[in-house]
Design a protein around this ligand. Structure first.
Ligand code: PLP
Length: 493
């Protein structure tokens, strides 16, 4: 399978190992496979009999054809085995009669990013060998919380890689800060910066485009690489759990083979829901894809009227991983639906004006698969309470998805089976969940974990237990201007 940029379908083409190593195509577009492989009912039945790591290896094998079956199986067994995902990688759990949660947060950091970031470092490490790269890849990450910890945990002690994470000192929760500052591993570095997430992100982008730094690093045997969600190595593994979820719905007799299931995904950068779309394109019987947004509703407007407009105010919410104005992976959908030329024109427009509009026909084509809903903070809180009344403890992101389902049910068929991507453990956002359920403030961010556990009689997930007692390895805060120096220092210069 060959890959090309979303902005030029006529090449240059690269193998998947190259696409994973580079992250972004040279013309600024995102890598996409030349075709979308198929999966039929016989194969779904066959996959249904396999454990998750084997299912994932089979799906990845359809896309990453320059990796051998043995390589993918070995990587998937390590990434998704009992050690890292005790009790299974992507289990189902019923919320109400027709809503089934696909729980993607049973990994080491309790957020769905683990599903991609446990396997991607292994794929990158192999990609370096496959492409004859002898240098060490230094992964630079700017994070507002979840991605940083998941990337640290994924890249920790992976050969031929180092990882350095920058986060805004006052822009992440106390739990998130502790998760990162106590990170173990010999190839990791965590640095807090004085500033907000944009300052961290801008600083990282500057380093990536600084020729002088790249040269210095190159001479020291280091190349820069990124772990963000536009990398194909992060997207491809996400397709597998949607295929797997359908298999599990069949084997648990929630549906019969061939029955259509709608999918709801709490969405930020559009990576997770795009993976569901690809599973549908492959042949999994998915119906509508329901894109759930919080108060940052740029996608809701896009699916309603075909206008993408990032010129709007940014809202901070209790579902911070969805506080986004530019959903980068939407570019991949534009490419699949309308081709590279139109995709490039729309992206150029977005870059110069911050907005673009689809034609009426284009919007119809998009609405054949997608519908969008948004929930403000109040509706999100209500959804947390309603899900809990039904017996399901949802984190604020998942609750935004549940709110979308409730809005959709009011508008349409109530008996439709809907799969909801449950994207984080409620304990990662314990203070907010506790407040929504009890009407009281938790004594502190950290104590909220125990208070939520006592209130709901549910256990604190093992990776978050005793987080306040772990050894803090990374302290101190630097100004954004010091970021390049920190990178060189970490690279040994
Ligand atoms: C990253 C994240 C999302 C958004 O996923 P995208 O792929 O960026 O759309 C939703 N929920 C949680 C908990 C996340 O960490």
């Amino acid at each position: 399978m060959l890959y090309s940029s979303t902005r030029s379908a006529s090449g240059p083409f690269v193998q998947s190992a190259d696409a994973i190593k580079r992250g972004l195509a040279p013309d600024g577009g995102l890598y996409m496979p030349a075709e979308i492989p198929r999966i039929n009912e016989d194969e779904l039945e066959e996959l249904a009999r396999l454990p998750y790591p084997e299912r994932a290896a089979r799906i990845l094998g359809k896309y990453l054809t320059d990796y051998t079956e043995e390589e993918l199986l070995a990587d998937c067994r390590e990434a998704y085995g009992e050690e890292r995902f005790p009790g299974g990688a992507a289990p189902l759990s019923d919320i109400d009669g027709n809503t089934v949660a696909l729980e993607l947060w049973h990994g080491p950091t309790c957020a769905f990013k683990d599903m991609a970031l446990q396997i991607m470092p292994r794929l990158l490490s192999r990609a370096l060998r496959k492409t004859g790269e002898t240098k060490t890849a230094l992964i630079l990450v700017a994070t507002s919380g979840d991605t940083g910890k998941a990337a640290l945990e994924g890249y920790r002690d992976v050969p031929q890689t180092k990882i350095q994470v920058f986060y805004p000192a006052d822009g992440v929760s106390r739990v998130q800060k502790l998760q990162m500052a106590t990170q173990t591993g010999n190839n990791v570095n965590v640095t807090a910066i004085r500033g907000n997430f944009d300052d961290a992100q801008t600083g990282v982008k500057r380093i990536f485009s600084d020729q002088a730094i790249r040269e210095k690093l190159g001479q020291a045997g280091v190349i820069l690489s990124s772990a963000n969600s536009i990398n194909w190595g992060r997207l491809a593994p996400q397709i597998a759990y949607y295929v797997s979820a359908y298999c599990d719905m069949v084997t648990s007799s929630r549906i019969g083979m061939g029955d259509v299931v709608d999918v709801t995904v709490p969405t930020g950068n559009f990576g997770n829901i795009f993976a569901a779309y690809l599973a549908k394109k492959m042949g999994v019987p998915f119906g509508r894809l329901i894109c759930a947004s919080n108060r940052n509703d740029v996608l809701t407007e896009f699916f309603a009227c075909g206008v993408y407009d990032r010129n709007r105010s940014f809202h901070t919410t209790m579902s911070p991983s969805m506080d986004i104005l530019i959903s980068s992976n939407l570019e991949r959908l534009l490419f699949v639906k309308f081709g590279a030329r139109r995709c490039k024109a729309l992206m150029d427009q977005l870059a110069s004006t911050g907005t673009y509009a689809l034609t009426h026909e284009e919007l119809t084509a998009i609405r054949a698969d997608f519908v969008g809903y948004s929930a403000d903070e109040e509706k999100t809180g209500e959804a947390i309470r309603l899900a809990w009344e039904a017996g399901y403890l949802a984190d604020p992101h998942t609750a935004v998805g549940y709110a979308a389902i409730r809005a959709d049910r009011n508008a349409r068929d109530r008996s439709q089976k809907i799969l909801l991507a449950s994207t984080a453990s409620p304990y990662k956002f314990a203070a907010n969940v506790f407040r929504c359920l009890s009407g009281k403030e938790a004594a502190s961010d950290l104590l909220a974990l125990r208070e939520l556990s006592a209130l709901t009689s549910t256990p604190i997930p093992v990776p978050l237990q005793g987080i306040g007692e772990r050894t803090v390895r990374f302290t101190g805060t630097v100004a954004p201007a010091e970021m390049p120096a920190r990178v060189l220092e970490f690279a040994g210069l």
